[in-house]
Design a protein around this ligand. Structure first.
Ligand SMILES: Nc1nc2c(c(=O)[nH]1)N[C@H]1C(S)=C(S)[C@@H](COP(=O)(O)O)O[C@H]1N2
Ligand SMILES: [Mo]
Length: 516
């Protein structure tokens, strides 16, 4: 066969000199990476696969009129065609990486690396990125980089034709089988996820979506919305793979230092009757001025009556909450039994909890950081004593107790903003859950503190919007904010980091004013 042919240089050509084998090697590596990245995307429930992200990136960078003309041309098939085109391009480039890699492995690897880099850029510049969203593209790129040398090795060097071909076909067969397996596994995961998502969407809960009180916001552009929409709500958890929990199989178990253990199905829980309220939840890892905080209308079953029903024994001082994926946290029993309205929440802003926010049920405890209170994908509540356990984050150096600290934040101006000289409207949020915000003050540079206008809030458990006005001269400035709660406590200026029980200090935002 080819081994007996002579190349132009007169050298005996190796059987693999024909480009179709390296081409096949590149194509297989490309397909395997694609399958791997799709499987990982399904597993981590990334918002978009890398291919989709690149397709969206192309739409993004295509000039408006061109994009419109193209959409006119292909109609509703635009997205599908684009995805098909990107996939085709990816496979052509993969084949090229194989052919180039046969001559110089480095060149082939660099091409795959470049493709991975394009994918990564598309993913991280997309809307609402989360760390998990880059996992698929990294998995795919890693697959390419590992498989290309593996597949090309039998095609290079002095392997005897038949022997090289045999080894190549064995490797190629294994890679193809692995890729098929990854594709099937990814599809199985994605299908079951779609299944639970379909159940979630079909659920009809007796909930309302809450009405933002008109007086809660000043309608100043540049300040975050008072109600945080679900897709924009911060997400913090240890779950690499978002747990999929079918409400039909879900149970809530209350046990431990109780007279009667309770086990409730989802329907039994909801049948207890739902209450609804506005609560701002916050992560202990929220830096001063940070975004790990959100305000939502929660619907759920009050936990105090459920605990009363189970008959909490007098020696209990804590509830160890555990999620279906084994995460846990310890909550003081009084926070669950006093009148603050702690609940097993089933809906967020009027819709069943989104999967990543704990579907089908989670805890919401006003006034406590999430790491000691807000278990998502809730499975059980063990009534116990703090002395008897260490919870997930307390084992890792965080405080056993985590009341949310009084804080305030500047949304406008944003850090480093350039603004016009003259009158500048400034504003943001302050919060002191379970106590309430009494007033907010702001100051420009070294000037005096000025009282901000504070918006109405429907209770003590939400953040309160504040606005103010400053007059700015040309040049660099710093705006600082501090809040005082209804107990008369004013935020300390002492800057402390988030470990072990939440950051303190005043939020200060540098900005520049220029003459318009
Ligand atoms: N099962 C589970 N629940 C969890 C966590 C977690 O890692 N696993 N993280 C907690 C932390 S630290 C916070 S701040 C809140 C965040 O809730 P959110 O993602 O809905 O904003 O969830 C809490 N509940
Ligand atoms: Mo958190």
């Amino acid at each position: 066969m080819t081994a007996t042919r002579r190349s132009a240089s007169g050298e005996p050509a190796r059987w693999s000199a024909r480009p179709r084998w390296p081409l096949l090697a590149g194509l297989l590596a490309g397909l395997a990476g694609l399958a791997g990245s799709h499987a990982v995307a399904a597993l981590v429930s990334a918002r978009a696969t890398p291919v989709l992200a690149v397709a969206e990136g192309i739409i993004e960078v295509t000039p408006g009129p061109t994009a419109e003309a193209l959409i006119q041309l292909v109609g509703q098939w635009d997205k599908a065609l684009l995805v098909a085109g990107v996939t085709l391009g990816l496979l052509v480039l993969s084949a090229l990486a194989g052919v180039l890699g046969r001559r110089s492995l480095t060149t082939g690897l660099l091409l795959f690396l470049l493709m991975g880099a394009i994918g990564l850029v598309a993913v991280v510049t997309g809307p609402r990125v989360e760390p998990a969203d880059s996992a698929p593209v990294l998995a795919g790129t890693l697959t390419w980089l590992l498989l290309l040398p593996l597949l090309l090795r039998p095609l290079t060097g002095s392997a005897v034709a038949a022997e090289g071909r045999r080894r190549f076909l064995v490797t190629a067969g294994a890679v193809a089988a692995g890729a098929a397996l990854a594709a099937v596994a990814g599809e199985v995961v994605a299908a079951s996820r779609r299944g639970v998502e379909a159940v979630r969407q079909a659920l009809r809960l007796p909930v309302t979506s809450g009405t933002v009180p008109e007086a809660a916001t000043f309608e100043v552009p540049g300040i975050a919305p008072w109600r945080t929409p679900n897709p924009e709500f911060y997400r913090i958890d240890t779950a690499l793979v978002v747990p999929e929990v079918d409400p039909a199989e879900w149970r809530l178990r209350i046990h431990g230092l109780v007279e009667n253990e309770l086990e409730l199905t989802y329907d039994e829980l909801v049948d207890r009757g739902l209450t609804e309220s506005w609560t701002t939840i916050c992560c202990v890892s929220n830096e001063v001025g940070g975004g790990l905080i959100g305000n939502a209308w929660w619907s759920g079953v009050p936990i105090a009556p459920l605990l009363a029903e189970s008959g909490v024994l007098p020696e209990a001082d804590a509830v160890l909450q555990t999620s279906v994926d084994g995460w846990n946290c310890g909550t003081p029993i009084e926070a669950l039994t006093d009148d603050r309205g702690a609940m097993v929440a089933v809906a967020m802003n009027g819709e069943p909890l989104p999967a990543e926010h704990g579907f089908p049920a989670r805890m919401i405890v006003p006034g406590l950081y999430g790491y000691v209170s807000a278990t998502k994908w809730l499975a059980e509540l063990e009534v116990t004593r703090f002395a008897r356990f260490d919870a997930y984050w307390t084992e890792r150096g965080w405080s056993e107790r985590g009341p949310i600290k009084l804080q305030s934040r500047i949304d406008k101006p944003s850090p480093g903003a350039t603004v016009d000289t003259g009158t500048l409207v400034v504003g943001g949020y302050a919060w002191a859950q379970t106590i309430g915000v009494a007033h907010v003050e702001y100051k420009l540079d070294g000037g005096p503190w000025q009282r901000a206008d504070l918006a109405f809030v429907p209770g003590v458990d939400t953040w309160a919007q504040w606005v103010g006005e400053v007059t700015v001269a040309p040049g660099d400035h710093v705006l600082t904010v501090r809040a005082t709660d209804r107990d008369g406590l004013t935020q300390t200026s002492v800057r402390r980091g988030v470990v072990p029980d939440g950051a303190t200090g005043w939020h200060a935002v540098p900005f520049t004013a220029v003459t318009a």
